[in-house]
Design a protein around this ligand. Structure first.
Ligand SMILES: Cc1cc2nc3c(=O)[nH]c(=O)nc-3n(C[C@H](O)[C@H](O)[C@H](O)COP(=O)(O)OP(=O)(O)OC[C@H]3O[C@@H](n4cnc5c(N)ncnc54)[C@H](O)[C@@H]3O)c2cc1C
Ligand code: SF4
Length: 496
């Protein structure tokens, strides 16, 4: 603990964001470049070294937060990087994208703003890349065993890196044309620029991991052949089966799933398209769904030049602070008002004249869509609902809508490629892939990890799943494993 009084003398300071008017004109990350390093040493010095660090427990990866806070405040970046990479394969991803349940569990957060743990993590990772501390770690010797990882999201990448380093020959199969899963074509560049992904993929290639893109297992490569070619298989195909909105008018043109819209915008940034065929430019946009995916649609529509953007959330407006009864410290509150960068932009630019504070209308339920003579959507009709989702009489209203984006979440892995059926994988009642306490499915030698088995989750859980499944596969292949397993398949975030 470099500064025993740091938490009393230094106020919390977050990585500043660029001015709204500037950042909505590009797709770069929202943060001020270079503004984190000058402040982060003192911020890390706010860590109290409290003795029982709940932040460490609240992080699914078990990140050793107090240790690297101390090392950063002492300016020992190399050691901080080593401690961080001991538990997290991709801290520059989590440092940008994680909702930081660790900060909700920070002991300082009992009566003061938490330590900026996520910012410290990002600074350590970025500095480590700049200084050249991050290098490939190829294995000393090969085991002669071959492993297939299906899916290249954070779960598949973490599993592949761990297994490659353990000496196995790993091939990652990805149906998209580029590696990265939802980090590639779901999450927009203003949350994480893609060069962070490229750098890690290069590190993994140099370590020996092989990548096969544009290969949908089940369609382009049969499941039997996949099993015949490999000694073990990890299914990390994500949970991308989309939820629908079965209301009158859903069939009208101009109503799309968020994951039809976001990949096209990402492809414009990748240089594959000049303009997105679903661009929001000049359109009145309504996003149905109040979660992170909806917020990503909001930030994207604003950057594309929408005429207006409104986001509908069926839940009541959450309270500003934690509900101490229902979600006490150190749990991570789920119903709390959060102003993401996209909401800040929508608020400042007044993208939704009908909404109060930011672009969101809370307790709003969509009743139907109506369109024009050409079959294109023109309006969305909604009603306010109570806590039991019953319509409140007299609250019906109509919003102009030329582009409607459905961001209603995902029900489980999608089965279109046939992989699940070809393998004969058993599913849980909610549609995710069933597995035992060792991440093994009902098919010998086939394991499952990430959203495909856990259900829709977070990057940090996906990386933890990847690390844990790698330990299970390594043990299956060699009879023992020294790889760490930060979580079990049934672990869930802490609740009361
Ligand atoms: C728009 C959006 C924004 C999000 N933002 C955040 C955020 O800010 N922070 C956060 O923590 N989480 C966020 N999430 C959630 C997070 O992205 C996921 O929890 C995480 O990516 C899951 O990782 P995964 O590896 O299990 O699956 P995925 O990332 O979904 O990757 C699965 C991969 O498998 C591939 N695949 C599927 N079937 C096959 C097949 N048959 N053959 C070959 N390949 C196949 C897919 O193409 C995909 O590339 C967001 C999700 C969405 C949709
Ligand atoms: S990965 Fe997420 S929960 Fe873990 S230390 Fe980093 S920000 Fe916190």
């Amino acid at each position: 603990m470099a500064d025993p009084k740091g938490f009393m003398t230094t106020p919390r300071q977050d990585w500043p964001r660029r001015p709204v008017e500037e950042r909505v004109r590009d797709w770069d990350e929202v943060y001020v470049p270079g503004a984190l390093l000058p402040i982060i040493g003192r911020q890390a010095g706010r860590c109290m070294d409290c003795g029982i660090p709940f932040c460490h427990d609240a992080c699914p990866l078990g990140n050793l937060v107090p240790e690297w806070n101390d090392l950063v405040s002492r300016d020992d970046w190399r050691a901080a990087s080593d401690r961080l990479h001991a538990t997290d394969n991709f801290p520059e991803f989590t440092g940008r994208l994680c909702p930081a349940p660790c900060e909700a569990g920070c002991v300082l957060a009992i009566n003061q703003p938490a330590v900026t743990i996520k910012n410290v993590e990002c600074a350590v990772a970025d500095r480590a890349w700049e200084e050249g501390f991050i290098r490939p770690h190829p294995p000393d010797r090969l085991s002669g065993r071959r492993v297939a990882v299906v899916g290249s999201g954070p779960a598949g990448l973490a599993a592949a890196q761990q297994l490659t380093r353990a000496g196995h020959t790993v091939v990652v199969y990805e149906r998209d044309d580029r590696i990265g899963g939802l980090m590639r074509y779901g999450i927009p560049g203003f949350k994480m620029e893609k060069h962070h992904l490229e750098r890690r993929i290069e590190q993994m290639r140099a370590e020996g991991t092989k990548f096969r893109t544009s290969t949908a297992v089940g369609r382009d490569l049969g499941a039997d052949e996949l099993r015949a070619r490999h000694d073990a298989v990890v299914i990390a195909t994500g949970a991308t089966a989309r939820r629908e909105l079965p209301v009158p008018g859903r069939e009208l043109a101009g109503i799309h799933q968020a994951m039809e819209y976001l990949p096209l915008a990402n492809r414009v940034c990748e240089g594959d398209l000049e303009i997105s065929p679903l661009s929001a430019a000049g359109k009145h946009v309504v996003i149905v769904g109040g979660g992170d995916t909806g917020a990503d649609c909001l930030g994207t529509a604003v950057r594309e030049g929408a005429a207006s953007v409104t986001q509908l959330d069926i839940h009541a407006q959450p309270r500003a602070g934690r509900d101490e009864e229902a979600e006490p410290w150190p749990t991570c509150p789920t119903r709390i008002y959060r102003l993401s960068a996209a909401h800040e932009e929508a608020r400042d630019l007044r993208t939704a004249p009908v909404a109060d504070a930011d672009a969101r209308l809370f307790a709003a339920s969509t009743l139907r869509f109506t369109g024009d003579a050409d079959g294109r959507v023109r309006s969305l009709h909604l009603v306010e609902v109570d806590a039991r989702r019953r319509p409140v009489p007299g609250t019906g209203r109509t919003l102009p809508a030329d582009l409607v984006l459905l961001a209603l979440g995902f029900s489980g892995p999608d089965r279109e490629d046939g992989l699940i059926d070809q393998l004969g994988l058993e599913l849980e009642p909610r549609g995710t892939i069933a597995r035992d306490a060792r991440f093994a499915t009902n098919v010998p030698g086939v394991f499952a990890a990430g959203d495909a088995a856990r259900g829709q989750s977070l990057i940090v859980w996906a990386i933890a799943e990847g690390r844990a499944v790698a330990a299970a596969v390594d043990r299956h292949l060699t009879g023992r494993s020294r790889l760490p397993a930060p979580i079990g398949p049934y672990d869930r975030p802490m609740t009361v």
